[in-house]
Write a protein that binds this ligand. Structure first.
Ligand SMILES: Nc1nc(O)c(N)c(N[C@@H]2O[C@H](COP(=O)(O)O)[C@@H](O)[C@H]2O)n1
Length: 156
């Protein structure tokens, strides 16, 4: 049976990038995956000054609002790199936090779907026609972690 998730406070909310599970990437600690992901949009651009601001805001909603502001210039290769950026951050999240890694592994081979009513790239959109890229990343992270024997031993 498919597992749908979306808001961090809903069932399976730990699969949301807005969940309160920090990650350290290249020596910098980010409060949520969303903070990290939104900041990466501006690496190497004239608007890179916004990166420490995104890093410092209290909530992932604030980070997303800053990252989605259309007056700022997103890096030119963003569409090519954003899935890889997300994959790296989501993998790091589940390698870092054993409690949610167990929840992910316990989903077995079930289909994971970000049930966003508005996002047709990361989620399934309002009519299920979206690409569900975040769900796909979570399933590939699940697969990758299963191959790490010391991390997946409880589910062999
Ligand atoms: N608005 C919103 N609220 C949530 O609780 C969400 N989980 C999401 N989805 C996430 O939004 C990010 C995409 O942001 P961009 O549109 O690329 O700026 C991504 O992390 C989705 O998983 N949205």
């Amino acid at each position: 049976m498919t597992i749908y998730f979306y808001k961090a406070y809903e069932p399976y909310g730990c699969f949301s990038n807005f969940s309160p599970h920090g990650i350290t990437i290249e020596g910098t600690y980010w409060t949520t995956v969303e903070h990290y992901y939104q900041a990466q949009k501006f690496v190497g651009t004239p608007d890179a000054v916004i990166i420490p601001v995104i890093h410092a805001v209290e909530t992932p909603e604030q980070a997303a609002a800053l990252g989605r502001c259309h007056t700022r210039q997103v890096r030119s290769d963003w569409n090519e790199v954003k899935t890889k950026v997300m994959q790296q951050a989501v993998l790091k999240k589940f390698l870092t936090h054993a409690d949610i890694r167990e929840i992910l592994l316990a989903t077995g081979d079930r289909l994971l779907v970000e049930n966003s009513p508005t996002d047709y790239f990361w989620g399934c959109g309002a009519d299920q026609s979206g690409q569900n890229q975040l769900g796909k990343i979570l399933m590939s992270v699940r697969e990758e972690i299963r191959k790490l024997p010391l991390l997946s031993v409880a589910y062999d």
